[in-house]
Design a protein around this ligand. Structure first.
Ligand code: SD4
Length: 337
């Protein structure tokens, strides 16, 4: 466990995550995100969230619920061949993708999640079924897979895909030999829907950190960490290095900041600044957040430069950049709350 000493692990992976950049070619920087009373509004992480948002909008327009829209949008990403979501995602250290997902419904404040699940094609649907068909909130590992099988979900043989794993290993090796500080690391889809009635639902799905120790669970399936929905206030979700999110219940904090009156962007950035003030990693946290409030304002912030997020309404569907935070911001101090 020596070279996996907790501190080194957090430091190494955080620096790597912080230096990851997707270079999205989005000209829009940060602009006023107030679209009060323009509902529905759908927000998701990364540029690959945009088609998911658009499907979610279609589901709403066809009479589906916010929850249906979240589930279908995320299912699209899970089966799109995405390299960090679904079974096409990143393998763990044993060469197997172990997936995490969660879902929350604002009305009724219900939640469901699965973690470390193998072979299930749509973990987001498994999470929804945990929420709707069981008295529980979270199922993990083999139990989560067993439950999914019982519910008739599609399962495929998840045994190590030798070819893909070899290619992934070669890429990692190549990156480290060339001192590329950009390992094939991680991304997650987190998607939040504010529907016409002002109700909110959200979900999150990921293969988690690339090369993780089998059994490692990130922030994504942890309610309050990777996702939090409060139907009175708004919702927030995370992407990035889960260890640095889940130690702080960070999505919950973003929502609480909005409850205190901050805009979604402020709520995201203040959460990051608050963590960075005391965390040994400072701003090298490798974490990014999206948020939306009950009025339809939305925003995002991250320690990653130009963190791209997708935003969709009836009028437009775009990829924008979240507010970028760095060590310079940390030195500014202030913003005590
Ligand atoms: C995790 N938060 O498992 C996820 C991965 C992620 O951008 O979001 N990557 O730590």
């Amino acid at each position: 466990m020596n070279n996996f000493s907790r501190r080194n692990f957090l430091r190494k992976t955080s620096i790597a995550a912080a230096t990851t950049s997707l270079g999205m070619g989005c000209s829009t920087t940060y602009r006023t995100n107030l679209i009060t009373n323009r509902k529905p509004v759908i927000i998701s992480t990364w540029a690959f969230g945009k088609p998911a948002n658009e499907l979610a909008l279609q589901i709403l327009q066809d009479g589906g619920s916010a929850l249906d829209a979240v589930e279908q949008g995320i299912r699209l990403v899970e089966s799109s061949g995405n390299t960090s979501v679904g079974l096409s995602g990143k393998p763990n250290a044993a060469g197997v993708p172990q997936l995490d997902a969660c879902i929350m419904n604002g009305p009724g404040h219900s939640a469901g999640s699965v973690a470390g699940i193998e072979g299930v094609v749509h973990p987001i649907t498994a999470a929804r079924l945990v929420m709707e068909k069981t008295p529980h909130v979270m199922l993990v590992g083999q139990g989560a897979r067993w439950f999914s099988e019982q519910q008739g979900l599609k399962i495929i043989d998840n045994s190590q895909d030798e070819k893909r794993y070899a290619a992934w290993l070669a890429k990692q090796k190549n990156n480290s030999q060339n001192k590329v500080k950009k390992p094939d690391n991680h991304d997650t889809v987190t998607l939040i829907v504010l529907d016409n009635n002002g109700d909110i639902a959200g979900g999150c799905s990921t293969s988690g950190l690339s090369g993780k120790i089998p059994g490692r669970v990130g922030d994504s399936p942890i309610i309050g960490s990777g996702l939090y929905v409060d139907n009175e206030v708004g919702a927030a979700g995370a992407t990035g290095l889960g260890e640095n999110v889940m130690r702080y219940c960070a999505s919950y904090q973003v929502v609480e900041n909005m409850r205190q009156g901050m805009s979604p962007t402020e709520a995201c950035s203040e959460t990051i600044k608050r963590i960075a003030r005391t965390d040994p990693l400072g701003m090298d946290l490798g974490i990014n957040f999206i948020a939306i409030n009950k009025q339809g304002e939305f925003g995002a912030a991250g320690t990653q430069a130009n963190f791209p997020y997708s935003i969709t309404t009836k009028e437009f569907s775009e990829v924008r950049k979240g507010q970028a935070l760095s060590n310079a911001h940390q030195k500014e101090g202030g913003n005590e709350r």
